[in-house]
Design a protein around this ligand. Sequence first.
Ligand code: ZN
Length: 159
Amino acid sequence: MNSDELYQEIIMDHAGRPRNYSVMPDPSFTVEAENPMCGDELTLCVKTSEDGLRIEKTQFTGQSCAICTASASLLTTKIRSLSMSDAEKFSRTFQEMLKRTPETSVEDCEPLGNLQVLEGVRKFPMRVKCATLAWHALDQAIAQSQQGIPSSKTAISED
Ligand code: ZN
């Protein structure tokens, strides 16, 4: 199996059997995110610690394409039991990988682990928004938390 096939398999696995795909009964933050260009809609729920300094877990639901669903599923496996700042940094690294900014090196992307399978998406600018939708939702939840808002429900749209 070559690496392209392996990458494809991980994406199809997460798209077909998304992890942490269920409604959270007691979320701290709920972000409804849509990407009209593709038709992706997802709701990301984030549970934070009492002091708001850590993300305990994330869950999602929605209707989205394979890339978007796989990216959200992988997000929920990575963003758990992390400090807010580590989660924020992780999200930034992932988004920089997709934009291939000059500051992003291969070494920088290593902590992303199997999320690196989505790197190929950057060759398809139309699909980058699919891959980043859940992460923009996460960024929104982190921003709300950092503003000292204990809990909220917000909506974002990619335009
Ligand atoms: Zn999509």
